[in-house]
Design a binder for this molecule. Structure first.
Ligand SMILES: Nc1nc2c(ncn2[C@@H]2O[C@H](COP(=O)(O)OP(=O)(O)O)[C@@H](O)[C@H]2O)c(=O)[nH]1
Ligand SMILES: [Mg+2]
Length: 313
């Protein structure tokens, strides 16, 4: 069994040595452990530092392409090089690398496809109460969209089985963490969590300047993934709401009309008609979304088969 531990890095020369202090060279149940750095156009000495620390595998981006793309390219590299499990950890030493053995165990035991390190965010000292609340709400929304019950959907400390990586296709630019869960949940992959303790904060997050930006980006990614997998829920709900909104003025008009006072209430009819058109449009979107969904499923099936051929061991 071959385990790849990948670290997406954007200028991490200062903290990489710390990360490798607890980085396992060997793992129980694994014959080979490989370290992989995805250098997303770093302008510091990240690559040199990593080489000195004993890293042999690199994916380079000449210019910054973002975390989601880096994750994807890392996975591609690892699968091409025969990975059975891919572990992801961060370059800022946020996660406890010495827990990687525990992280991969459920996959080795055949009990999970994806394992997520639960940071137990409610207990992290340097998170503000507001950030804690947002972490919980964020996880709740992801769980709702994915049909899962995971405590920490935003954690980047994860292990993925080869099988799960064949099935996942990352399409959003941000928040691949949320997207992978929603896809995996909808594809009936088994996701489990193990509690972990995070290390002391080494620096501010580079992914997001502030929590509002984080929420906006995560919200967009969740919405997109949700519409992708449950379009009928979104558009049928919208259609029904608009239908109801059109029924009220129509009924109001009908009552006035029957009382012989219809003339002064044309506005009700206009408003009702607009709502009715909106409602019909929403129902039409259900049909279109359903057709697109069929196409997507066929495409994903194709992609999975292509990956199986491409990454054949
Ligand atoms: N590839 C890539 N990695 C990034 C980027 N920004 C941050 N990272 C890496 O992603 C990981 C998490 O970043 P961090 O700033 O700690 O964000 P946090 O998850 O909000 O704490 C680290 O390993 C960073 O080096 C980026 O734009 N591209
Ligand atoms: Mg961090």
């Amino acid at each position: 069994m071959k385990v790849f531990i990948q670290i997406p890095c954007l200028n991490e020369e200062k903290t990489l040595p710390l990360v490798f202090e607890s980085m396992p060279k060997k793992l129980p149940y694994a014959d080979e452990v490989e370290w992989l750095i995805i250098d997303d156009g770093s302008t510091d000495k990240t690559v040199d530092v990593a080489k000195k620390l004993g890293v042999h595998h690199f994916v380079h981006h000449r210019k910054k392409m973002g975390l989601a793309r880096s994750f994807r390219d890392g996975v591609d590299y690892a699968l091409k090089h025969g990975a059975d499990i891919v572990v992801n950890t961060d370059g800022d030493n946020q996660y406890p690398q010495d827990r990687i053995a525990d992280l991969i165990k459920p996959i080795v035991d055949g009990k999970a496809d994806i394992v997520i390190g639960d940071r137990q965010t409610s207990k992290v000292a340097h998170f503000s109460p507001f950030k804690k609340l947002m972490q919980r709400v964020g996880s709740d929304v992801v769980n709702f969209a994915a049909g899962t019950e995971l405590p920490d959907a935003a954690s980047g400390f994860r292990a993925y089985s080869r099988n799960s990586l064949m099935k996942l296709n990352i399409v959003t630019k941000f928040s691949y963490c949320m997207e992978t869960i929603i896809q995996a949940g909808n594809k009936r992959l088994e996701i489990v969590s193990i509690p972990i303790q995070t290390n002391k904060k080494t620096r501010e997050s580079r992914l997001f300047n502030n929590i509002w930006q984080h929420m906006l980006q995560s919200g967009k990614a969740i919405m997109r993934s949700y519409i992708m997998y449950r379009p009928h829920v979104v558009f049928v709900t919208l259609g029904l709401v608009l239908l109801l909104a059109s029924a009220v003025p129509f009924i109001r008009f009908a009552i006035f009309f029957l009382q012989g006072e219809g003339e002064g209430h044309l506005q009700s009819l206009i408003f009702g008609s607009a709502m009715l058109v909106g409602s019909l449009l929403s129902f039409a979107l259900v049909v279109i979304a359903d057709l697109l969904r069929t196409n997507r499923i066929l495409l994903e099936d194709q992609l999975e088969r292509i990956k199986e051929v491409q990454y054949k061991k």
